[in-house]
Design a protein. Structure first.
Length: 301
């Protein structure tokens, strides 16, 4: 089955994302096991870290529109948040550091409990309360490029991941990143560009890091009217396939390595929710190896 030119995979989208991360972290740990690098795992939107907690509407952002909210709260347990924290903690050989970032204070308390659940790694767990974008940019500014290597899971529910953050990750030259792109961005683009509210336009600018999205997804054409004269109009011209491809193009402007086969994640009702991208900041042999691993994983999930 195909929708908007995108293959429908079916199944549990959270499990597919979880599986991709799990496979990559284990391959990554093996590949770097004989190096002297300090290996760091970063979870940008860590949630509670527990598998079966349901998503509440209050926990989501206005970026997710009403139908997406109903769909998620009705059918999708927050299992991938468990994967982004607990699976990383179970990887062998283990990461040297774990940085879990979460804005919600109650979820921060839950994340702190992982230190009790994983006592041998408690000293390596760093739970940071606050805005993920600001925290990641600060981490990247302080990153030890010679001595550290990392994997970052950038998986917001909506459009919280700002382009400035993506750029800061790419500049480190040594962080591999799994990025979840929200198709909800389509809902912010009204039929006519003049009808887009200022706040929505600003959010799209931050998501893509450019204002060029308007020229990409809005095309002018002439309406023929033999009575009143022809009229030039500008209207939306967008498919979800094109939207995802555009974000991939944007990633390639800052990352030297981007997997060419990102995975579209669908709800149980076969509604496209996100596209899972992989990008590596390493321009050398490390990036080539990372790409090979990620491409294989994305082709199988």
């Amino acid at each position: 089955m195909v929708q908007d030119g995108l293959q429908l995979f079916g199944g549990d989208w959270t499990e597919r994302k979880l599986d991709a991360l799990n496979q990559y972290l284990r391959a990554y740990a093996k590949a770097l096991s004989k190096t002297n690098f300090t290996r760091v795992y970063i979870d940008a939107f860590a949630g509670t870290g527990y598998r079966e907690q349901k998503v509440s509407a209050a926990a989501l952002t206005p970026d997710m529109f009403e139908d997406e909210l109903k769909q998620l709260t009705a059918t999708e347990p927050q299992r991938f948040l468990d994967g982004s924290a607990k699976i990383a903690l179970k990887v062998a050989p283990p990461f040297d550091r774990f940085i879990f970032i979460e804005y919600d204070s109650e979820k921060v308390i839950e994340l702190e409990k992982l230190k009790t659940e994983f006592p041998t790694q408690a000293s390596a767990i760093d739970v940071r309360a606050g805005d993920a974008n600001k925290t990641i940019r600060e981490l990247c500014r302080m990153w030890d490029r010679k001595g550290m290597r990392g994997v970052l899971f950038l998986d917001p529910f909506g459009m919280q991941a700002e382009w400035e953050t993506v750029e800061s990750i790419a500049r480190t030259g040594c962080i591999d990143t799994w990025i979840l792109f929200p198709f909800a961005a389509n809902r912010l683009m009204t039929k006519s560009p003049t009808a887009i509210p200022v706040g929505w336009r600003d959010r799209l600018d931050m998501l893509f890091g450019t204002k060029d999205w308007e020229a990409k997804f809005y095309k002018g054409h002439t309406l023929v009217d033999i009575f009143n004269g022809d009229m030039r109009v500008i209207q939306k011209n967008l498919t979800l396939q094109g939207l995802g491809a555009y974000y991939g193009e944007r990633l390639r402007t800052v990352f030297p390595v981007v997997a060419p086969n990102p995975c579209v994640l669908y709800s149980d009702e076969n509604r496209p929710l996100f596209q899972l991208f992989f990008a590596a900041a390493n321009p050398g042999n490390g990036g080539k190896i990372a790409l090979k691993i990620a491409e294989h994983i994305l082709s199988k999930i």
